[in-house]
Ligand binder design. Structure first.
Ligand code: IVH
Length: 312
């Protein structure tokens, strides 16, 4: 327990403070999982400061903190297709009626929550610790693909859109070439670059970095549809960038085909992805499945195997 805690603390510091990760997400998740299991089996070693007790936080001083009306949960992760099938079977058993699954790409950026009141963007908040996040509205307003004013009709009076802020590969490479020329430290990956950019104090520099954003979750009262897929299509009409690669799946095999296809095709996308997300489509069925403390039972993330490993 002590060794795992110490190692995870080091990796957290490298990742969150230095923005220079020292291990793969997969190896990190594995250590975290092992520690969680040991702590569950040995409650006598409980410690409020254990890395398992800290929901990954991006809170930064200098930004006002805002409480999320609805906590920003994360998703349970898997790296195995068998576990995807287990997820499917568990949902089937619990619902005991037909259901559809929406398959989406998992964008590898920074989660963001946008609040629109009467069709106007009033606030943009980072995930933070899931309960409270940083108000980064001024920076987010510079992102050209984010509507400041909603288009079309049918949006709720108070709309919350959740999605991912991303730095496209081409911009990431341009930025690093620039930093190299200035002899500045390079960003490890587009996600770190996007995180660093969103937390800049000067929106003019943010503006010069050409961030982008994709949205994958619509929250509000009186939404246009009773299912996730159609609400996303409505949000596209409201002016949001919604992925063109969302598929409705009706069998586990359709899900496996989607995974197999994107495992290769994702390399041709302009932005970083690290997996796919599966969500039960009907909102009524989502409510029936409910949530655990950390993540919804109606969704799961399948992470791609990293295609590169270390050599000696
Ligand atoms: S759905 C309650 N869909 O992955 C459901 N998340 O641990 C909320 N992400 O924090 C998340 N692409 O930042 C969802 N298509 C997608 C996503 C996605 C990326 C991120 C998001 C979330 C994390 C899951």
């Amino acid at each position: 327990v002590a060794l795992l805690r110490e190692a995870l603390e080091e990796h957290d510091y490298a990742y969150y403070v230095l923005a220079a990760p020292t291990i793969s997400d997969r190896a990190y998740d594995k250590m975290m999982h092992e520690l969680q299991q040991l702590e569950a089996a040995h409650p006598e070693y409980a410690d409020p400061n254990s890395p398992t007790q800290r929901v990954g936080s991006d809170l930064t001083k200098g930004f006002t903190q805002v409480a999320h009306r609805i906590p920003m949960l994360s998703l349970s992760n898997t790296y195995s297709e068998d576990e995807v099938r287990e997820f499917y079977n568990r949902v089937a058993r619990t619902l005991d009626e037909p259901f559809e699954v929406v398959a989406e790409l998992k964008y590898d950026g920074i989660s963001i929550s946008l609040i629109y009141e009467h069709g106007l963007l009033v606030r943009a908040v980072t995930r933070g610790d899931g309960v409270r996040g940083d108000d980064v509205t001024a920076n987010v307003r510079t992102i050209r693909s984010i509507p400041l004013r909603l288009r079309g009709e049918g949006w709720p009076e108070r709309l919350e859109m959740r999605g991912e802020v991303l730095l496209p590969w081409a911009e990431f490479e341009r930025l690093n070439r620039e930093r190299e020329a200035q002899e500045e430290a390079l960003f490890a990956n587009p996600r770190n670059a996007a995180a660093g950019t969103l937390k800049l104090q000067d929106p003019r520099i943010v503006d010069s970095r050409r961030l982008d954003a994709y949205f994958y979750y619509v929250l509000g009262e009186n939404l246009p549809a009773d299912n996730h897929y159609d609400n996303l299509q409505a949000a596209r009409e409201w002016g949001f960038k919604i992925s063109n690669y969302i598929r409705l799946c009706r069998t586990p095999d359709e899900i496996m085909d989607y995974i197999a296809y994107w495992n290769r095709a994702r390399h041709r996308l302009p932005v970083a992805t690290d997996g796919i997300v599966l969500k039960v489509n009907a909102l009524r069925q989502q409510r029936a499945l409910g949530l655990t403390a950390k993540s919804p039972r109606w969704a799961i993330a399948y992470k791609f195997q990293a295609e590169r490993a270390e050599t000696r």
